[in-house]
Design a protein around this ligand. Structure first.
Ligand code: PEP
Length: 253
């Protein structure tokens, strides 16, 4: 019996100061305190991480960052190293988000280095993949995803990847209000799991969590989570309001 603990992760992007993030985390805590059989994570901006980690200590909420650099230290102005995230209280780090790929030059190769760096300090990478609308329309979805997976995970062996989470985020569904149908999400998630089984082994693929991201909201989470290969959600817009986000976390109720 395969039992993958669902993960509902909130990506706060470039929203909320430290104080605003703490206030949101404080409000969220009691709202999700009763959540059972689900893991909750929030990823505030870097500047709020330490404050939020203090606020959520001992609660059901875990902490993640939205990006990381691949070197442990050095002359990389404006960048943040993996051990800094760990010291700020993070367990997770989102890597390769489509906004990073689109606006900040992240490539499959730098993403690969970031995943390696995160794993080296014990951070769990949430590795984002996804196709654009044009790629989907021209029938290239699986080709694009396969390439992102192959390059992003090149050189890794089974023991490196124990904490890996994959997030399938179709670019056309992020922040657009367009959601993949539950059938589209399931088709891709099953494909991704098959690829990982080929690359790393069936046992690994069976326990790998694959999140869906792209305009997830209270009205569609239940049907997405009902699909056999959807193991959670990476949520942008709907994670900013604690009440709405708690409804996502409590999707079973
Ligand atoms: C995201 O940015 O990861 C995301 C899925 O955003 P949204 O939920 O707003 O579409």
């Amino acid at each position: 019996m395969i039992n993958r603990l669902p993960l509902i992760a909130g990506n706060w992007k470039m929203h909320k100061t430290g104080d605003e993030a703490v206030a949101a985390a404080k409000q969220l805590k009691p709202l999700v305190a009763g959540a059972k059989d689900v893991e909750v994570m929030i990823a505030p901006p870097f500047t709020a991480l330490y404050q939020v980690s203090t606020e959520i200590k001992g609660s059901a909420i875990g902490l993640g960052a939205q990006n990381v650099h691949w070197e442990p230290h050095g002359a990389y102005t404006g960048e943040i190293a993996p051990n800094m995230l760990l010291a700020a209280g993070c367990m997770y780090v989102i890597i390769g988000h489509s906004e990073r790929r689109q606006f900040f030059g992240d490539t499959d190769q730098t993403i690969n280095r970031k995943i390696r760096a995160a794993i080296s300090v014990g951070l769990a990478p949430i590795f984002c993949i996804g196709e654009t609308e044009a790629e989907r329309d021209s029938g290239k979805t699986f080709y694009v995803l396969d390439k992102q997976i192959r390059n992003g995970l090149e050189g890794f062996v089974l023991q490196d990847l124990q904490a890996l989470v994959i997030a399938y985020e179709p670019v056309w569904a992020i922040g657009t209000g367009k959601t993949a149908t539950k059938e589209q999400a399931q088709e891709v998630h099953a494909h991704v799991r098959r690829r990982l089984a080929e690359m790393v082994g069936q046992g690994f693929a069976d326990q790998l969590r694959i999140l869906y991201g792209g305009s997830v909201k209270p009205s569609n989470i239940k049907e997405l989570m009902a699909m056999p290969d959807v193991d959670g959600a990476l949520v942008g817009g709907a994670s900013l309001d604690p009440v709405t986000f708690s409804q996502l976390v409590l999707y079973k109720k």
